[in-house]
Design a protein around this ligand. Structure first.
Ligand code: ZN
Ligand code: ZN
Length: 382
């Protein structure tokens, strides 16, 4: 084995390089020589195996110490009696598995092709509804929300393995995360690849589960998040907070948190898009004589002039007193519909005054002296 190159030379690192530097050097070379990138290139494959072997030894404190003392003799098959270290055979499947398991692999690395291999289950999305008042929607607001969600277990760091132990390579799939089933039929050979049922595709299994999370690698906890709501949102709008949902089991990626907007019913206002409507009840003298009244708006109280002789049903428009549109380009109006308030009870004095008005010229009903039906008969001649 003396013809083997030095592991440090293979990775291009100094003899005193730390773990991080070794990992970095390995990753760079492994990506360069990965068989997926060098289809059919035997030289690249050999290099890939070589750097993989070098990394397997130098990334392991114990193996590295032995290698430093005994050189390649420490890892050669015939070395058992010497330094007490077992045989070392590093083949391509070992190299590939190491690359996958080391977290060096990312889905997009080779142009987004989906490759087999261990996978992590993504956490589920969470959905909460957030009730907002029209006033809050008008201005936009930063809200604190309480979320109960799964986060990595602090006891085991999310691995699911009991403190001090680590996960072991799945025996069923040998760490590949998937199993192949080959079946033969008269049409030929079929290969069916599916997620390993033993490890759920993770490639590793938990031997001794963490006591705190029972091997799940995560714990449900309550968190307070701050979420910024833009002005102009409406019922049914939602915000997606990426990565703020549940984390996946045993180190799986986070799901999202979806915040559904729910508009609270307002005491006075009814919303129609960016406009808001207000029914304003006025008394007979107010609409007959005109008045100046104070009315609510989304931003506080405002004065509104009622012209003398305003008819019930008339809608007064207050420009720009509505809601800002979600895209921020325009602002709606506040529409005020005039309604007539008719008192249910009258004092003797009030009754007298209305009796007097009733006989007065401008207060004779539209029917005048004749009844409604007499008038209709006249108009249609029947
Ligand atoms: Zn745990
Ligand atoms: Zn498995």
């Amino acid at each position: 084995m003396s013809n083997k190159r030095d592991y440090y030379d293979m990775l291009g690192v100094e003899r005193n390089a730390d773990g991080e530097a070794i990992k970095k050097a390995y990753r760079k070379l492994a990506m360069q020589y990965h068989p997926d990138r060098n289809k059919g290139d035997a030289g690249a494959e050999a290099k890939f195996k070589e750097v993989g072997e070098a990394y397997a030894v130098l990334s392991d404190t114990d193996k590295r110490a032995k290698y430093d003392r005994f050189g390649h003799a420490a890892t050669s098959p015939g070395a058992q009696q010497g330094p007490g270290y077992g045989g070392f055979e590093f083949d391509l499947s070992d190299a590939l598995r190491q690359f996958m398991e080391g977290g060096f692999f990312s889905g997009s690395m080779f142009g987004g092709q989906t490759r087999g291999g261990p996978t992590r289950t993504r956490g589920t999305d969470l959905q909460i509804s957030l009730k907002l008042t029209l006033e809050e929607i008008a201005t936009g607001i930063s809200k604190k929300i309480k979320v109960k969600r799964y986060r990595p277990c602090s006891e085991c760091g999310g691995s699911g393995a009991k403190k001090g132990t680590s996960r072991s390579t799945c025996q069923t799939c040998k760490g590949q995360g998937q199993v192949r089933q080959v079946s033969r039929s008269m049409f030929g050979q079929f290969v069916n690849i599916q997620a390993c049922p033993q490890c759920h595709g993770e490639g590793t299994t938990v031997g001794d589960p963490c006591a705190r999370c029972s091997g799940d690698g995560r714990i449900r906890e309550e968190t307070v998040l701050s979420v910024d709501i833009p002005a102009g949102v409406a019922n049914g709008n939602y915000l997606t907070l990426r990565g703020e949902g549940n984390c996946g089991p045993r180190g799986g990626p986070n799901g999202d948190l979806i915040v559904m907007i729910e508009e609270k019913t307002h005491e006075f206002f009814v919303r129609d898009g960016d406009n808001i409507f207000l029914s304003l009840f006025l008394t007979i003298p107010q609409i007959v004589l005109g008045d100046e009244v104070e009315i609510p708006t989304l931003t506080g109280r405002a004065r509104l002039t009622i012209d003398p002789g305003t008819q019930p049903g008339k809608v007064l428009r207050m420009r720009g007193k509505g809601l800002k549109s979600l895209n921020g380009y325009k602002t709606g109006d506040q529409m005020v519909e005039i309604k007539l308030h008719v008192p249910g009870k009258l004092t003797t004095r009030e009754k007298q005054l209305f009796e007097e008005l009733k006989r007065s010229d401008n207060f004779k009903g539209i029917e005048g002296d004749k009844g409604f039906f007499d008038k209709m008969k006249e108009a249609f001649g029947s």
